[in-house]
Design a protein around this ligand. Structure first.
Ligand SMILES: CC(C)(COP(=O)(O)OP(=O)(O)OC[C@H]1O[C@@H](n2cnc3c(N)ncnc32)[C@H](O)[C@@H]1OP(=O)(O)O)[C@@H](O)C(=O)NCCC(=O)NCCS
Length: 152
């Protein structure tokens, strides 16, 4: 009989630990473009990893940044959310965002947001995010995106 799948565990990780998954999952169509941004080096930037059986299977990073449509609201933006291909659809993304949401709320953040790939919009909708504004093409990936926001 198959053993039940162990739940994912969410832990803090450093920037370096996120880079391999970011690159393989988010840059597969543009492998020479760096999967990092200047915000990675801000003092308040955080990085979380989802581990299954001790193996890193998902990552997400974020930092304080206002959302253009809600100036003044204490907000955090997340970036570089990536789950190992073979692990997608098994709860790692949901677990990562649940932890991000809990921590952000605890810090007094009122709005969590991201520039989301259109291919992932239904994932964010399932987790309660609202899709706002017009779609746009991301200047780095060239892929269609929308802003997604979650009121905390
Ligand atoms: C999008 C992504 C982060 C979601 O993480 P995940 O671990 O696969 O998602 P989960 O298994 O926690 O999914 C939660 C729910 O959303 C659904 N879901 C996951 N990805 C989805 C997608 N791309 N479109 C629609 N629904 C999706 C799941 O089926 C699940 O549904 P349920 O509520 O019926 O159980 C992951 O699939 C991924 O890395 N995709 C490729 C890179 C990417 O798009 N990153 C985000 C850039 S903005």
């Amino acid at each position: 009989m198959a053993m039940p799948r162990k739940p994912v565990e969410i832990r803090d990780v450093d920037l370096e630990a996120t880079l391999d998954l970011r690159t393989r999952v988010l840059r597969s169509h543009i492998p020479t473009v760096a999967a990092s941004s200047p915000e990675d080096h801000l003092p308040q930037t955080w990085h979380l990893g989802a581990f299954r059986d001790g193996r890193l299977v998902g990552v997400i990073s974020g930092f304080p940044q206002e959302q253009g449509a809600r100036p003044g609201a204490p907000a955090e933006r997340f970036r570089f959310m990536a789950v190992e291909l073979a692990e997608q659809g098994r709860g790692a993304g949901r677990a990562l965002l649940a932890e991000v949401t809990a921590r952000a709320r605890h810090r007094g953040t009122r709005l969590l947001w991201a520039n989301a790939r259109d291919s992932a919009l239904d994932f964010y909708r399932r987790l309660g995010f609202e899709v706002v504004g017009e779609g746009f093409s991301d200047s780095v990936s060239g892929l269609p995106h929308h802003v997604v926001v979650l009121e905390l």
